[in-house]
Ligand binder design. Structure first.
Ligand code: AMP
Ligand code: MG
Length: 272
């Protein structure tokens, strides 16, 4: 059986989302198994982040994308809060402010890139410039279509500088989105999350799927792979993200600096 990271990684030049089942749970039997493995993964992440921070040479960037209600906030809350806030920042990218819009589209993104030793989590990202911008025709095609190449060059640059880049597309079905939007109306504690704009975006479902397919196909690279996370089942989504993060951190294998201390002498000084 393929490992979760192997099963979900995007390879090749064509991506047909219709072929990725949002209810699939490759590499995990059921919810109980997922809960157990998630707990183990969180413990591993805790240790590995400590080492990454101590090593202070490399960094980790986690990009979250997905349709409204796909679970970007949920993943952060359930699988990523394990990161020690000293060494981790979450950035949510919204409609560009006037200052952001006055710069090139990667300007606000690069400023948020993780420092050495740190983790950064992007709730939406530079990909919005080949997603919402494309679907709504906010700029002409010849402008957004250059984005893919620029994004690849940018991510390659981050990679060369020691940043591991992981990108997650939280893949839900249109039917599941309907359920989740209805829940936002039905459950008083979720109502604040409801936005009329979500319904407008929903009418563009096909356009978004096509835009995602192109972004996944053109920008899944060796140095910054995309993963399609089946997200209709929240328990699988959270497990899959945690598993891919653990796997990447283990491959990075950060090492704490070796302290060169004369323990005998130092202890003697502390004896007073
Ligand atoms: P939310 O994530 O629900 O807080 O919504 C943020 C909104 O900002 C979404 O509708 C995004 O599509 C939008 N957004 C993010 N980045 C951009 C961008 N570069 N251009 C236009 N809209 C954007
Ligand atoms: Mg929203």
């Amino acid at each position: 059986m393929k490992s979760i990271p192997e099963a979900l990684k995007v390879r090749g030049r064509a991506v047909r989302l219709a072929r990725w089942n949002p209810r699939a749970t490759p590499g995990c039997k059921d919810k109980d198994e997922a809960a157990e493995r998630l707990a183990q993964n969180l413990a591993r992440i805790d240790t590995l982040q400590y080492r990454l921070y101590g090593e202070s040479r490399r960094s980790l960037l986690i990009v979250l994308q997905g349709m409204d209600t796909a679970g970007k906030d949920g993943v952060i809350r359930n699988a990523l809060t394990v990161f020690n806030p000293q060494g981790c920042r979450v950035w949510s990218f919204k409609v560009p402010t006037p200052d952001e819009a006055a710069h090139d589209f990667l300007w606000r993104i690069h400023r948020a890139a993780p420092a050495r030793g740190d983790v950064a989590i992007f709730n939406r990202s530079h990909y919005e410039d080949v997603l919402v911008v494309r679907v709504h025709g906010l700029v002409p095609r010849n402008v957004w279509s250059r984005g893919y190449k620029l994004i690849n060059a940018f991510e390659s640059h981050l990679h060369e500088q020691g940043t591991r880049v992981l990108k997650f597309f939280l893949h839900i079905s249109r039917k599941e989105q309907r359920q989740r939007l209805l829940a936002r109306l039905d459950e008083p504690l979720k109502r604040w999350k409801f936005s009329d704009a979500d319904l407008t975006e929903r009418t563009r479902w096909r356009g978004y799927q096509r835009a995602y397919e192109e972004a996944l196909a053109r920008c899944s690279t060796k140095y910054a792979p995309w993963y399609v996370i089946p997200s209709d089942r929240k328990w699988y989504r959270d497990l899959a993200v945690s598993e891919i993060v653990v796997d990447a951190l283990e491959q990075m294998n950060p090492r704490l600096p070796k302290a060169k201390l004369d323990l005998k002498r130092l202890r003697a000084r502390l004896a007073r």
